[in-house]
Each structure stands twice: as C-alpha cells, then as structure tokens.
Design a protein around this ligand. Sequence first.
Ligand code: NDP
Length: 297
Amino acid sequence: LHNFVGGGTGFIGSALVDTFRIFGVNTTVVSRMPGPGRITWNELERCGLPEDISAVINVAGQNILDPRCRWTPGFKQNVWNSRVYTTKTLAKAVVHTKAETFATISGVAYYKPSEIEYTEDSKCEKYDFLSELCHEWERAAELSTNSNIRQFTIRSGVVLGRKGGMIGQIFLPFYFGLGGRIGTGKQYMPWIHIRDLINLFLFAIDTKDVSGILNGVAPQIITNEQFTKAFAAALWRPAVIPVPTFLLNMAFHKERAKIMTEGQKVIPKRVLDAGYEYEFPNIDAACKQFAKLIYID
Ligand code: NDP
C-alpha cells in the first residue's frame, strides 16, 4: 500500500500520516517544502503520481485564522489557491493512477448559519467568500465521470485536538483562566475530535460503498457557550472573560471572523447511516481528552 497526502505536514495531515504509518502504509506527503518522504507541488505537476498507489488525500490549506496575516486580497487568494488549486492538481494527477480512493476535506462554511438543521443532502447556495470557497473546493475534487476512482469529501466542522487548530490557539489563554465565550456564545459550533476525523477518513477509505459528501461533525450539536463551559471545566479553570464580536471583527475582518462568531446546525446523517461509530460523540469527554496536563497522544 502507498498513499499520498497533500498538506500532510499540518495538524490534520500529520495525524493522518502518523496513523497510516502505524498501520504500515507507506505514505508520501505533498508539500511546498522538499524533504524526505515528500514531493513538492511543482514536482507533482511536472511528473504526476506513481501509478501503483492506493489512496490520495488532500488536507492542504493556508490557515485562514492566522492572526499574523491581514485579510488582504493577496492573502484571500492564498487561502483560495492553497485549497482549490492543490485539490485540482491532485484530482488531475490521480486519474492517471491505479488508486482506489481520492479523499478531500472542505468546511461547514458551505452551509449558511441559521436555525436550519443541515444534512449532507441540504442544498445551499453560495452566499459569501467562505461558502463560495467551499463550493469551489468541493467541485475541484470531482473526477471525470469515466474514472473508476471512488471519491469522497469530508465537510468538516472545527477540528478539536491538542496539537493544533482552534485548541492550539486557545489552550494557553484558557489554561491561565483568561478564556471565555465568543460574543453571545449562542452561535452553533459544529465540531469533531481530531481522532474521529482521522478515523472517519480511514473508515470511508475502507468502506467501499461510501462516496460523495460526509459531514465531518460530531452528532452532538453544541453552541460556543457550551464548548467554552466544557473546555474550562476539563481544565478546572474559570472562563468568564467573553471575547466581544466587534473585537474579532476588527482584528480578523468580519468576513473571516464569521468562522468564530456565527455557526451552523450540522447533522452527520450520511456518516451515521454508513455505520461510523464515534469515539468522542460528546463534547465533555472530548475536552477531557485534550485538556490533560500531561498529554500523551
Ligand atoms: P494546518 O495549517 O495545520 O496545515 C495545513 C497544511 O497545508 C500545512 O501543513 C501546509 O503544508 C499546507 N499549506 C499551508 N499553506 C499553504 C499554501 N499557501 N499552499 C499550499 N499548501 C499550504 O491546517 P489543518 O491541518 O488544521 O487543516 C487542514 C485543512 O483542513 C485546511 O484546508 C483547512 O481549511 C481544513 N479544515 C480544517 C479545520 C480545522 O478545524 N483545523 C476545519 C475544517 C476544515 P506545507 O507547509 O508542507 O506545504
């Protein structure tokens, strides 16, 4: 077995690569930087993928919420290209191989924040930059109709785990008791534990009749306030300092602060129907796992 993982150096990608390697699957990372066990995007474009491979997965993407980057047209272009262009490049290359599966990620920003309960079958029009990005990102993953490769996309909620993503950014403030809800805290927060996201990728790769969109979220619908309480309780800290929405809009720009200030009610219907069993269906147990003081993965 030999897999390729675009963005395999990141928070999600490295967890995926580590897991493949534990299972003895030879894994090559596609990265901007050359190195052992890696190829670059340029090499990929020039030489394509080897024919004899099993699965290709793309989880590349410039961090949208990088506080060091201003929300300029140039940065937005990076955010866009690092997802849509990398996915297109892999989609183009994979059809010339004997791979069985092509898997990609996208985000729940696909759905418009509201009181509607969204499943994978809910139709949603593009309505802002992030939803347009998700639509195009998913379209970029579509393979030509005469390809026999099975394709699926995990439309993921906030991925929670100690080593990166949102928890990576808020762990210290919460640890020092400086955490709090965002705005009113009433916005929904679709979430998934990193271990479930990785297991869901493995499950879908192994389950031959799964294809198309899968909502990568836990079955428990929570709000930002519920998450804040669960995380603070797991750390045994207070979390009573709310972060005002206007401050996030100022620091990040409203267009991307939305990821934190607004949320959707997302149901993993197709995931449950396919028979996936969550390791962390509940936010309290999930928070206890990554709040441990001595953290061993
Ligand atoms: P990370 O920032 O940890 O890693 C992303 C990887 O993408 C990096 O390791 C990097 O690899 C590559 N990358 C970064 N910028 C660029 C760029 N400009 N061009 C090409 N490649 C780039 O992100 P996560 O692992 O947290 O997320 C991975 C993907 O999953 C992203 O697309 C993200 O939008 C999506 N996602 C993440 C969620 C989360 O909560 N974390 C939720 C929903 C979706 P290298 O430096 O080796 O090139």
